[in-house]
Design a protein around this ligand. Sequence first.
Ligand code: SAM
Length: 162
Amino acid sequence: MEVRHGLIERLPVESASVDWLISNCVINLSQEKVRVFSEIQRVLKPGGQMLVSDIVVKNLPDWLRRNDRLYAACVGGAISEEEYLAGLRHAGLIDVEVRNRFVYEASQIKAFFQSEEIPGLKEILDGHSVQNRENMIHQMTRNAVGNVWSAEFYAKKPVKGN
Ligand SMILES: C[S@@+](CC[C@H](N)C(=O)[O-])C[C@H]1O[C@@H](n2cnc3c(N)ncnc32)[C@H](O)[C@@H]1O
């Protein structure tokens, strides 16, 4: 085994040298996802395969997307499942599919909102009664449920002539 230190937008790996590429919860953090998908295509050997877990989102409101801490929490920079699949195909990978999904439950999302980890949220809630705050968090949770999950993506680099 050899460990190399680098960025996913410029993998420190020779072209067509990798049998399997795996990653968990990193690509959502990149602001150059097209480049990352193209790097995956570059480093895989013909016939090489990829299995990547990542957070995906649906209809994430802009005010949450702009939030730095939510970006660092792997949600703000996440794209949709459709964009992910299209990005991998556009890079030239084949057999692209979602193999598994882990959908966050309401209780997990609510706990995240209640933890006050999201800057700006405290200001929104401040000045409201305890009951109103509870209602607002309940409403935000309802909006988020089903709109953020972890997906496992599979893809393969075609062998020549495939
Ligand atoms: C949520 S952690 C996931 C870590 C690990 N894969 C795991 O499953 O526990 C995200 C990691 O991605 C790294 N990271 C973020 N942007 C990166 C980039 N452009 N290139 C390489 N690593 C990056 C961060 O430093 C951090 O270690």
